[in-house]
Design a binder for this molecule. Sequence first.
Ligand code: NAP
Length: 391
Amino acid sequence: MKRLALLGSTGSIGTQTLDVVSRHPDKITITAISAGKNLDVLLPQAERFSPELIVVADEETAQKFKKAAPSFQGRLKWGEQALTEAATHPQVTHVVVALVGSLGLVPTLRALELGRVVALANKETLVAGGHLVHEVLNKNGGTLIPIDSEHSAIFQCLKGESMSEVKTIWLTASGGPFRGYTKEKLKKVTKEQVLHHPIWKMGNKITVDSASLMNKGLEVIEAKWLFGVSPEQIRVVVHPQGIIHSMVEFVDGSVIAQLGLPDMKTPIQVALSFPERWDSPSPRLNLAQVGTLTFEEPDLETFPLLRYAFEVASEGGSLPTVLNAANEEAVRLFLDEDLPFCEIPDLIHAAMKSHQKKTFPSLPEVLEADRWARQFVKEAGSREKSTTTKP
Ligand SMILES: NC(=O)c1ccc[n+]([C@@H]2O[C@H](COP(=O)([O-])OP(=O)(O)OC[C@H]3O[C@@H](n4cnc5c(N)ncnc54)[C@H](OP(=O)(O)O)[C@@H]3O)[C@@H](O)[C@H]2O)c1
């Protein structure tokens, strides 16, 4: 029996993970779950799965939970430290990290240090501290399995293959809601348009990242660490139908792709069932019904964040941490309607340029670079707000 700690149970990946778990009660059980503040979703989960440990974001949410669920028998904790407690719970064999943002880094490191299997949806963890995760994996031999659909595809294409025979990793991208737009047209997009992804229904932060192509940029850095390839070996191709989830090209010219309907339950289950395969949790692919698959180059001029991510992937050090944290804050400003969508890239670029790079940052240095970049963007954002609100 696999015993799971699920970090981020109330989010898009978290709820779909519980859906997968519900289909396999003979194979997986829930030991710990963590949420932020969404009690509407958390309370029924607590009732249904009776976890031994529940973690929420803060004390206020914990008090509200206690009041609403007086008969809950397990332990209740709050705060960032408690996320690590859930990830390192002594009974847990598998940890799903479905948190959003670099908040996932420390719990992931600690779970891997204990040799747990970590199924990682939280790409920001590998962008912020991929070198630290890599180091822990080398030292402790824990197992890291990607949930992100592109990386799950590559993970599956590489099964039984030798990395020395891989020429290129091809990440597919839907292109987001603004595929084909010009920079001028991007100036007028609304929050509602940004939050309307043509294919995937996801949390707000990743939906904004998909519209700016930052999501693909983060995935480039994620692929670098997951598969130990150089940024030069990673290519992005826009594939609007979202049927081919990614591909691997080998030295002999063969290309192996993984296909399926766009449904995150499949990669979630692949990560949980590994090394087995279980019955499909999703509708099956019928290529004759899909009809046409198309491909095009990404537009790096209109969507410069993808270009910055490639640059940062090559430069390394603390720069990826800064790119990620600056993006998290810029997206927050955008969602709070304090920053236009088209200004997100400039703000991130300014943070990258102002940062004093550390070449081999330790965990405290990564956390400091993360804090610095958030502060940089917050201050720049409030300067922007005060200029735009002047009469
Ligand atoms: N959604 C997808 O289809 C998809 C696909 C591929 C990869 N991913 C990646 O998976 C991760 C999760 O994405 P998502 O779309 O599932 O995000 P989401 O829907 O926004 O869910 C985020 C989860 O994190 C929790 N959380 C947020 N802030 C927290 C805090 N301060 N303390 C504790 N918990 C906190 C949220 O709790 P509350 O809601 O209770 O506050 C929620 O459970 C991201 O890294 C994303 O890039 C997602």
